[in-house]
Design a protein around this ligand. Structure first.
Ligand code: ATP
Ligand code: MG
Length: 388
């Protein structure tokens, strides 16, 4: 990943075991895939399209959309250096996001794309950037001061507002690209614009990826929902034609991307689409005056009978029943809506007196009075929850 990358220089999740062995938990997939490629003679089978998924670990400051243990789905395409491969990989990423929203095209992302060009032009640009930034050294953030010496291009990716301000007038990589690199990104962007209509494509001259091994095209899908704050990148990738050779293999062009599963999940709940396939999501809201004993008696019966019914009718149907005690009814109702409840059951004093409760169907907004007894009756449950 490069000694000077943020991940290696400050985010490694490392510790010593009881036996004194030094352990670092896997921070990403790509370098491991490159190593597997080299040591298993996989170059016999080029080109290769590979997929991986699983937990990753980085010692970061935890916040919304940023965990120390998170998950990625990761795609790599090895052995093809054409612009068509750039397009195909980015289209695969766009399609992944599209499918996750059930084709609703409500993902509301922007595709940011840039090219880092070839090594030679990048070196010239790096020198110009350092020349520009050096007089500002004292004003740069701590991280960027370090980057200025080690990996100046990464300063472009800084999330620090002060750094951003200084960068406004910095030289742009766009002005240092070879004709070939410029033609290539223009081509890729124009084909992308034609072949997918799900998200806006924007060239972003300051986009550089966090890891050192990238060259050529780099890209990110950024959520426009705003809710993810500084963690709004859901999927990121780029070309890394030099990595395999750098790790001791034969020069092998490659491009790939990774999507953060937790961030995707946040994004999906933002647009009201849930990753968890729960068919019945029932929130039970008892009013303050209602006795807990009553609620537990009725709801335990409901839970047993629903589980039995769903098991019998279809093993793929899933169900959850949550009793939500705290907060005003209004607050609890808002929460139910936000969490995608399909039904809300109210235990209110007037109905409880007559051994009844109210079921609200969230999809249609209609309400129905139901006897407690019916919540423990298989035939009635089928009707109430439209099962089978
Ligand atoms: P960022 O700039 O957000 O730190 P990065 O450049 O470190 O991201 P990559 O290493 O390219 O990210 O990982 C690709 C994707 O993995 C990110 O776009 C994000 O969705 C997800 N991701 C990265 N780090 C974390 C984390 N600590 N917690 C949750 N998701 C993460
Ligand atoms: Mg990071």
């Amino acid at each position: 990943m490069g000694e000077t990358s943020d991940v290696v220089s400050k985010e490694m999740f490392s510790f010593e075991t009881r036996g004194g062995e030094g352990v670092t938990l896997r921070p990403e997939f790509t370098a491991g895939i490159a190593r597997a490629f080299i040591s298993n003679g996989m170059q016999q089978n080029l080109p290769l399209k590979l997929f991986s998924t699983g937990p990753l670990f980085r010692y970061e400051r935890p916040q919304k959309g940023r965990q120390r243990q998170f998950h990625q789905v990761n795609f790599e395409w090895l052995g093809d250096d054409s612009w068509q491969a750039d397009v195909e990989v980015i289209l695969a990423a766009a399609q992944l996001l599209y499918i996750l929203t059930n084709g609703a095209s409500v993902m509301n992302c922007t595709l940011l794309i840039n090219t880092l060009g070839e090594a030679e032009s990048r070196a010239i640009y790096r020198d110009e950037l350092v020349k520009y930034l050096t007089p500002y050294t004292e004003q740069l953030s701590q991280d960027s001061k370090r980057r200025l010496l080690e990996n100046p291009l990464r300063i472009l990716d800084s999330k620090d507002a002060g750094d951003q301000k200084i960068l406004e007038h910095a030289p742009k990589i766009t002005n240092y690209l070879s004709d070939e690199a410029q033609r290539r990104i223009d081509k890729v962007v124009s084909v992308l614009n034609e072949s997918q209509s799900t998200c806006e494509v924007k060239i972003s001259p300051t986009l550089v990826r966090g890891l050192d091994y990238y060259n050529g095209i780099v890209f990110e899908f950024v959520s426009n929902s705003g809710d993810l704050g500084a963690q709004n990148t859901v999927l990121a990738g780029g070309r890394y034609d030099g990595l395999i050779e750098q790790m001791g293999g034969k020069q092998t062009p490659a491009i790939g991307f990774a999507a953060g599963v937790e961030r995707l999940s946040l994004l999906l709940s933002d647009v009201g689409i849930f990753v968890k396939n729960i068919d019945l999501k029932i929130h039970v809201l008892p009013f303050e005056e209602i006795s807990e004993k009553l609620v537990y008696r009725v709801i335990s019966s409901l839970r047993y009978h629903l589980a039995f019914l769903l098991n019998k009718i279809s093993s793929s149907k899933k169900c959850s029943v949550d009793i939500v005690w705290l907060g005003s009814i209004k607050k609890r109702m808002e929460k139910a809506a936000k969490q995608g409840a399909t039904h809300v059951i109210f235990f209110a004093p007037d109905e409880a007196k007559n051994d009844c409760c109210i079921i609200k169907y969230m999809k249609t907004g209609t309400e129905k009075k139901v006897a407690f007894e019916d919540l423990g009756n298989l035939e009635k449950l089928k009707e109430i929850f439209e099962i089978g």
